[in-house]
Design a protein around this ligand. Structure first.
Ligand SMILES: [Fe+2]
Length: 242
């Protein structure tokens, strides 16, 4: 099976359209989403509609849960909070129904998927450092665990002897005897100083995994954020991948 994997779209329609077009060229059997359709960007309804049309399923993120009042926005930064309040205002009831169907855990795939961390998907813990990541290998049994949430792609492997290796390549063959935790990066708001949209292609037959980056129309996405009266920093940061 060949999977296209998306995370952290955040209402960025321009990025989502380009990524979906690219994934379609790959003839994927299924497209999986790792959470955060909404928040920050100006097109949450349009992004939800596109996921619905393409029958993309997966798990919910903290921003999706926030607009449904399923998680508190107390710890969100002021810009994220403002964007959640704006998103709640503009979401249609159909969009809310769609978001409500996403759960935090989905065991329909031959790999583990979660938005934040496998130890407790409800606490929205961020896996930034290798110290954050290593203990997480104790909380899933599949060979691969896919995450989003930090908007920063990474690949960390645990070898058969327990040793940890950080994989620096964007495209690599998975070792069937190792376990992996992979962050696929963010479609709509990358934060690794690379403004290109990030997504992944995972072929479970060949065992080849690729994190791919692609240009999209950042200017249009940013202008929409300004026109929607969302915090201007949410537009500016797209140009820098921050
Ligand atoms: Fe996110």
């Amino acid at each position: 099976m060949k999977f296209g994997i998306l995370s952290d779209i955040h209402g960025n329609l321009e990025a989502l359209e380009v990524v979906l077009k690219e994934i379609k060229k790959e003839d994927c059997n299924e497209i999986i989403f790792l959470g955060d359709i909404v928040g920050y960007g100006a097109n949450p309804n349009e992004c939800i509609e596109l996921l619905r049309q393409e029958r993309i399923v997966g798990v919910a993120g903290n921003h999706d849960y926030a607009v449904l009042n399923k998680t508190s926005i107390e710890n969100f930064n002021p810009y994220a909070k403002e964007a959640i309040l704006w998103t709640k205002e503009v979401l249609t009831k159909e969009s809310l129904w769609y978001l409500d169907a996403f759960l935090l855990i989905n065991k329909s795939y031959p790999f583990h998927i979660v938005h934040s961390s496998p130890d407790d998907p409800t606490d929205w813990y961020y896996l930034f450092t290798i110290e954050d990541i290593i203990p997480q290998f104790n909380f899933f049994s599949y060979p691969v665990c896919l995450v989003g949430h930090t908007h920063i792609p990474f690949v960390v492997a645990k070898k058969k002897d327990g040793k940890i290796e950080v994989i620096k390549k964007n495209k690599f063959e998975l070792n069937p005897d190792w376990q992996y935790i992979i962050n696929v990066g963010s479609v709509g708001q990358p934060r690794d100083q690379n403004p290109k949209a990030s997504f992944a292609i995972y072929d479970t037959k060949t065992n080849i995994f690729e994190i791919r980056r692609i240009d999209y129309d950042i200017k249009t996405a940013a202008e929409k954020i300004i026109r929607a009266n969302l915090p201007p920093i949410l537009a500016e940061r797209l140009f820098y991948g921050q």
